[in-house]
Design a protein around this ligand. Structure first.
Ligand code: PMP
Ligand code: GLN
Length: 388
């Protein structure tokens, strides 16, 4: 038999699926894969249910229903001051995952260099490679995860097609500040490169920080792609409704990819997401405030147990160093160990590196978008386990 595609054949199963399966097997409290306990806003769910029952269940327009595309444009103006034309610059996708695939397949020509920032979300590298891109990785170092100016500049060249990055950043909970974004923007302009920015956690930022879209920086409006997700903004991760915003010239090849990838996204979920994006400012500020309280709850408790906890400035994840607990194995060993022995699951941070063997091996990522009772249960289990 002929071999299948080598990039895909070489992949393992995503860490989120592996750890969630292990959590189910051992009935542990799953603080690994990021999905909220919260049901999501009632108005959003009700709108989707009603739309479905009213009978809107056939193919919607390929680019997404107008109501959602308009809501995406209005939301970009409200929170980022961006002037977006919903008809030529907004497209709905089946999750940010599809949006990322559409952007990478639509923009990369085989042989193009793609700058990526490590640690990185696990879908990025396989798709960049499958699209024929040549990854140029720039690594952030804990505990500050500052963007290293010289290394970043060195990763760019005339061959750079685009930089793909994520702010607020999963897994290290970094929020890129304006200065860092200006650095990236300057390099994109200098090298005539695009910036594809995964902003799925745009509303989950803490301690009065602000999320800044690189699209709003000088010189970036025409060369940026902004990706959002209703799954994250409305705590409905199973919905898989994403949205891409880009200038028309960039949008065209991205939309061509989408047309043969999924073509459309369930209409009732699009309708619900449109209602969500039009919720008042208080919804979005409460989302961030509630998540911040959960961060504080988990952060404080993990410190008490003996973890070294790195600052979480955005997203709903916290990175911890487990060495102070006296555990000497790898992060994978640790996450398996606490799943089986303590009944709590986390994910190993080395899974967010190109070569886990060459990554830091002493960090575990815990997710805190859970009911307080769930967090307390997990804390209790860890306390009992590590007290022994
Ligand atoms: N990017 C990042 C950084 C994420 O954490 C996630 C979460 N799953 C996604 C993209 C994918 O989002 P979606 O579920 O909308 O596909
Ligand atoms: N984004 C989520 C996380 O980082 C999970 C996404 C997935 O399961 N693919 O935990």
């Amino acid at each position: 038999m002929k071999l299948a595609n080598s990039t895909m054949t070489a992949l393992g199963t995503t860490v989120f699926e592996v750890m969630s399966a292990l959590a189910r097997e051992h009935r542990s409290v799953n603080l690994g894969q990021g999905f909220p306990d919260d049901k999501g806003p009632q108005a959003v769910r009700a709108a989707a249910a009603e739309y479905l029952m009213e009978g809107h269940n056939q193919y919607p327009p390929m680019m997404g229903i107008p109501e959602l595309r308009q809501a995406v444009a209005d939301h970009a103006r409200r929170f980022q001051g961006l002037d977006v034309d919903w008809q030529s610059e907004v497209m709905v996708t089946s999750g940010a995952t599809e949006a990322l695939g559409d952007c990478l397949f639509g923009l990369i020509e085989p042989g193009d260099e793609v700058v990526l920032i490590e640690p990185l979300y696990d879908s990025y590298l396989p798709i960049v490679r499958r699209a024929g891109g040549v990854p140029k990785l720039v690594r952030l170092e804990p505990p500050t995860w500052r963007l290293p100016r010289d290394e970043l500049a060195a990763a760019f060249s005339g061959r750079t097609k685009l930089i793909l990055f994520n702010t607020p950043m999963n897994p290290c909970s970094k929020v890129f500040d304006r200065e860092e974004l200006e650095l990236i923007a300057g390099l994109c302009v200098e090298h005539d490169a695009y910036a594809v920015c995964d902003e799925v956690y745009e509303h989950i930022v803490f301690d009065d920080r602000e999320h800044v879209s690189i699209m709003g920086l000088p010189g970036m409006r025409e060369r940026s792609v902004r990706i959002g997700s209703a799954g994250k903004s409305f705590s409905l991760t199973g919905w898989k409704v994403g949205y891409v915003t880009a200038a028309p010239d960039l949008m065209r090849p991205i939309a061509k990819t989408h047309q043969f990838m999924t073509f459309t996204t369930p209409p009732n979920l699009q309708w619900g997401a449109a209602v969500g994006l039009r919720l008042g400012d208080d919804y979005f500020s409460t989302l961030a405030r509630d998540m911040q309280a959960k961060r504080d709850r988990l952060d404080g408790a993990l410190r008490q147990i003996g973890f070294d906890v790195l600052p979480a400035r955005g997203t709903y994840f916290v990175t911890t160093d487990f060495r102070p607990l006296g555990f000497n194995g790898t992060d994978e060993d640790f996450c398996r160990h606490i799943t089986i022995e303590a009944g709590v699951t986390a994910v190993p941070v080395s899974a967010f590196y190109d070569q886990p063997g060459r990554a830091p091996r002493h960090f575990a990522r815990f997710c805190f978008c859970k009911h307080d009772a769930t967090l307390d249960d997990a804390i209790d289990r860890l306390q009992r386990h590590f007290r022994r």
